[in-house]
Design a protein around this ligand. Structure first.
Ligand code: DGL
Length: 302
């Protein structure tokens, strides 16, 4: 059985890369729903429906554990999938089984000998971010859907109620990355305008969370903004990418949950699948991961 890593497109590769570095022994399936990206400008119903289709598809491909390497799907679809759909999909778990196997807030599904679960990327990020700020002022850069869900604000406030949190929706960043235009001069306009806006709204921010897994691909541009800015306070702002945090959290999760760990196969392989053009995906992924990648085009709609 494999670990599935899902994103609307290329962004989840920033998570997969770190997970495979941390846990190279397992087998992985990466699925990018590039044909329907971006998710972050869509409604709850649409994001939930697309994410559920992807999860059902990946379960059918032999994944025991699926990481929604997408903040938008984690914010909008994860809870409903964990609480409503996983029990329905397998339909064999009794409440007693769920209780004995799950930790609070989690649902597990028992299907014969198979136990599957779906995890997100927001919780592992939120657990670390409060330890990184000196000023106590944090900025969240994310898709419009993640921002409107308030997931980061709600989760961070539970852990660190005194934090000052400012959110900034960046609707053009994912489309730029999916189109391969993120290093273009045209991208500068949208990088500067969203960063300028959030730093204007709270100049005390010292920590900016890249709350979308696509955004690390913009890091050279984000660093360039920091170099160029005239405001000395902005020069020391740190950008927090999620890859390492999610990888560390998954390693810890597997240690605490042998019921998943023991099901996983250990071949060190990764299969790449996309709902759009396979060659285009393979070229982009090869460039990003720094190793030759082959991809398959698949259909995931029910
Ligand atoms: N990588 C996804 C995220 O983390 C991007 C969502 C989108 O497709 O807009 O939110």
């Amino acid at each position: 059985m494999k670990i599935g890593v899902f994103d609307s497109g290329y962004g989840g590769l920033t998570i997969l890369k770190q997970i495979r570095e941390r846990l190279p022994e397992y087998d992985y399936l990466y699925l990018g729903d590039n044909a329907r990206a971006p998710y972050g400008v869509r409604s709850f119903e649409c994001i939930y429906h697309y994410t559920l289709e992807a999860v059902e598809y990946m379960l059918g491909q032999g994944c025991a554990l699926i990481i929604l390497a997408c903040n938008t799907a984690s914010a909008k679809a994860l809870r409903t999938i964990q609480q409503h759909d996983l029990p329905r999909i397998n339909g064999e778990a009794t409440p007693r089984e769920l209780c004995s196997l799950g930790t609070p807030g989690e649902r597990l599904v028992v299907s014969g000998k198979r136990i599957v679960n779906v995890l997100g990327v927001i919780r592992p990020t939120v657990e670390v971010v409060p330890t990184l700020t000196r000023t106590g002022h944090i900025g969240i850069l994310a898709t419009p859907a993640t921002v409107s869900s308030e997931s980061y604000v709600l989760e961070l406030k539970k852990i660190a109620p005194a934090l000052q949190i400012t959110q900034q929706a960046c609707p053009m960043w994912v489309p730029l990355i999916e189109a391969g235009e993120h290093m273009s001069e045209g991208a500068d306009y949208f990088v500067n305008s969203y960063l300028g806006e959030i730093m204007r709204r709270d100049p005390e921010i010292d920590t900016l969370v890249l709350g979308c897994t696509h955004y690390p691909l913009l890091l050279p541009k984000l660093e360039a903004y920091r170099q160029k800015t005239q405001d000395t306070r902005h020069k020391t702002v740190q950008f927090v990418a999620q890859g390492e945090l999610v990888a560390e959290s998954l390693a810890d999760y597997l240690k605490r949950h042998p019921e998943y760990e023991t099901q996983l196969s250990r071949g060190g392989n990764c299969l790449f699948q996309t709902t759009d053009d396979a060659q285009r995906f393979a070229d982009a992924a090869t460039l990003f991961l720094g190793q030759r990648v082959q991809a398959q085009q698949v259909t995931i709609e029910n």
